[in-house]
Design a protein around this ligand. Structure first.
Ligand code: ATP
Length: 300
């Protein structure tokens, strides 16, 4: 089977609405333009006219706001392989003493394919979650003092600087603490596109509520008294992940009301009858609270 090329063409069936990302249209299109647009040329053409691809981007902002979601969805859109995901604290703990080897392996498949296929080689996305964890110790010698963080960062730097080998790789770093990221990693040619993904505003929250209730609405499980606009107003400071938690909590209240139980057959009937009402969401609002930070709405 033919693999998609590094300069993949966007899937013809692509629609932004289908990506299931709420409230991040602007961020999505900016990231796409800055980090991915150069990759939609047919293989060889970008190289021929001297277009260089961005090799790394940094997505930063509070937890649960959709950073991983965006990275995965853009990958899908470009027919890239399933991203490889690694996590900073895991690298530090699990791979003490073999972190360099671990990073080397992460890049190995892409490098091999680039060698074999050149321009035709597919796009490999590497997501480095909680990147700040490996940066904390760099140069300090303190804080655990294993120096593992140092060697991970150095290894990443040397990979990112290996221009020729890296044409088919995009490294996506993620963090809640941009201030902790080693500046050397953020320079141009490395993780050079920086994009903040912040908490959703009211319109964004309404979109996210819609996304996470799509199936219920399509299957008639959501009662007509549920007012998503009202819920969007009541969920200030909620992240996307917390909104999906709110929907889960509301669902649990609805289930509790409907399940009289007994036999499995009876349970099936109960669930078939089940509908989620506004009261379930109000119950959920008592139970699920935003954990992180202050939104722009609160600041001004
Ligand atoms: P972390 O910093 O904790 O890794 P993250 O920003 O990468 O968080 P995701 O893993 O992308 O957050 O989000 C977790 C889940 O929350 C997603 O799988 C999705 O279900 C929901 N979610 C978060 N943001 C959005 C959004 N903007 N639109 C729709 N769903 C969202």
């Amino acid at each position: 089977t033919r693999r998609p090329a590094a300069n993949s063409v966007i899937r013809p069936d692509f629609k932004f609405e289908d990506l299931g990302i709420g409230g991040l249209d602007k961020e999505f299109s900016d990231i796409f333009r800055r980090a991915f647009a150069s990759r939609i040329f047919p293989p060889g053409l970008a190289e021929k006219i001297g277009i260089q691809h961005v090799r790394g981007i940094l997505l930063y902002g509070p937890p649960g706001t959709g950073k991983t979601l965006i990275a995965r969805q853009i990958g899908k859109m470009l027919n890239a392989r399933e991203p490889k995901v690694i996590n900073g604290p895991e690298v530090l703990n699990k791979y003490v003493g073999q972190s360099e080897e671990n990073i080397r392996k992460l890049f190995a498949d892409a490098e091999k394919e680039q060698k074999e296929k050149g321009d035709e080689s597919g796009l490999h996305i590497i997501i480095f979650d909680e990147l700040d964890a490996v940066c904390k110790q760099r140069g300090s010698g303190a804080g655990g003092g294993t120096g593992v963080g140092d060697s991970v960062v150095n290894q990443l730097l040397s990979k990112l600087d290996g221009v020729d080998q890296l044409n088919n790789i995009l490294l996506i770093g993620m963090t809640n603490r941009k201030d902790m990221i080693d500046e050397a990693l953020l320079r141009s040619g490395r993780l050079e596109v920086h994009m903040e993904i912040s908490l959703p505003d009211e319109a964004g929250r309404q979109q996210i509520l819609k996304i996470h209730t799509t199936k219920m609405r399509e299957n008639g499980k959501m009662a007509s008294d549920v007012d998503l606009a009202e819920l969007a107003r009541s969920t200030r400071n909620f992240s996307g992940a917390e909104i999906s938690g709110l929907v889960r909590s509301a669902t649990s209240f609805a289930l509790q009301r409907h399940i009289k139980g007994g036999t499995v057959a009876a349970l099936k009937d109960d669930v078939a009858e089940m509908q989620i009402h506004m009261e379930d969401f109000l119950g959920a609002l008592e139970e699920v609270h935003p954990l992180f930070g202050v939104s722009e709405e609160d600041l001004g």
